[in-house]
Design a protein around this ligand. Structure first.
Ligand SMILES: Cc1cc2nc3c(=O)[nH]c(=O)nc-3n(C[C@H](O)[C@H](O)[C@H](O)COP(=O)(O)OP(=O)(O)OC[C@H]3O[C@@H](n4cnc5c(N)ncnc54)[C@H](O)[C@@H]3O)c2cc1C
Length: 323
């Protein structure tokens, strides 16, 4: 039982982001009281969704300036004040750009320990966080050993988001003046990703390519498969670093975490830094010409062969089935 768990609720385009709902779902499973803290001009409107996923109270900072300022500074200040007042046992924060900014500042402001890169949390007397360390080559379980609030930064897709059927939460308005120093930078423009098809983190089928694709133009084969199955295309860091595809497509420790129904790894060796971002996939298919490639240890279906010969056959088969 975790006592009181707070979830830092990130609101984008009027709605809580996916990782917030994942954290609320996890917080519910820890037992105890689950509350959310949100900073957005529309925080009150988003509270119903936060309640549906488990928050019984939503602390809402609704200053209109939150929409245009970099949220990390003002949110951490207000959260620190609130945490000192209410002393929650655990504060869960999604490891987004804003979440990382908030967690670091908050930990410093309230002199709390923070465990980053979290993959799981447990509360069995002690609060422990499972996290990936040393370039994700090791997974460790760390126990908080301090009094006062504990801060954990958790990677997206570490848990499934499931509504808990909770009713409307109690709303508590936060009145926290924004320090002038946080007004030094303003967001002047924000551009939405114009990619077609489902988002990498949300697609039911993800097909990823690595150095084994030999040439950036061969990513076209992956896009053809993705189009046919309404999937998304991912990549290993090796090909992102080589400039073949944008960073937004990277799967792994320093990229995105995905949990699709089917993950197809083409010409990817299966380094731990890659697999930490896709090992939660329901069914893993690997195509690699090296029968000893580490990816096969993880694969439900392993195909030893040249991906450049296998993918065109897969595309023909999918087209034939579609008629
Ligand atoms: C701190 C740190 C963070 C990192 N973060 C990430 C991360 O987020 N994501 C990530 O992916 N990596 C990450 N890496 C890099 C990671 O360690 C690996 O170097 C990288 O994943 C390897 O990419 P790859 O599998 O495409 O290339 P390689 O390891 O070169 O593997 C290529 C594979 O393709 C196979 N192959 C070659 N030709 C063919 C063919 N024609 N058909 C079929 N198979 C073929 C080969 O047998 C080989 O197994 C990180 C590393 C560090 C140190």
């Amino acid at each position: 039982m975790a006592g009181t768990t707070w979830v830092f609720a990130e609101i984008v385009d009027g709605k809580p982001v996916a990782v917030t709902l994942e954290l609320l779902t996890k917080a519910r499973s820890l037992g105890g009281t689950v509350e959310a803290v949100a900073f957005s001009p529309v925080a009150e409107a988003a509270a119903a969704t936060l309640g549906e996923y488990g928050a019984t109270t939503v602390y809402a900072g609704t200053d209109p300036a939150y929409a245009e300022l970099l949220l990390g500074g003002p949110a951490a200040d207000a959260l620190a004040k609130l945490a000192q007042e209410h002393s929650p046992d655990l504060i869960l924060i999604g490891a987004t750009y804003t979440g990382r900014d908030v967690a670091g500042r908050l930990a410093a402001l309230i002199d709390a320990p923070v465990i980053a890169n979290g993959l799981d949390v447990a509360a069995n007397g002690d609060i422990t966080v499972q996290s990936a360390i040393f370039g994700a080559t090791q997974v460790v379980q760390t126990k908080f050993d301090s009094s006062g609030p504990k801060v954990a930064l958790i990677r997206a897709k570490s848990f499934a988001a499931e509504p808990g059927g909770g009713g409307a939460p109690k709303l508590v308005k936060i009145d926290a003046p924004i320090d002038e120093k946080h007004r030094a930078a303003k967001m002047v423009e924000s551009k939405a990703d114009t990619a077609t098809g489902p988002k990498l983190e949300e697609a039911a089928v993800v097909i990823s390519g690595g150095r084994g694709l030999q040439d950036p133009k061969n990513f076209d084969l992956l896009h053809q498969v993705a189009d046919l199955v309404h999937g998304a295309v991912g990549a290993s860091r090796a090909v992102v670093d080589a400039g073949w595809v944008p960073y937004a497509m990277q799967v792994g420790q320093t990229g995105k975490t995905v949990k699709p129904t089917v993950y197809i790894a083409c010409g990817i060796s299966g380094a731990m830094q890659h697999t930490v971002g896709m090992k939660g996939s329901k069914n893993i298919v690997a195509i690699n010409k090296d029968a000893d490639a580490p990816i096969f240890k993880l694969a439900d279906l392993g195909i030893v062969g040249d991906t450049l010969k296998i993918l065109p056959q897969l595309i023909d088969e999918l087209k034939a089935r579609k008629g």
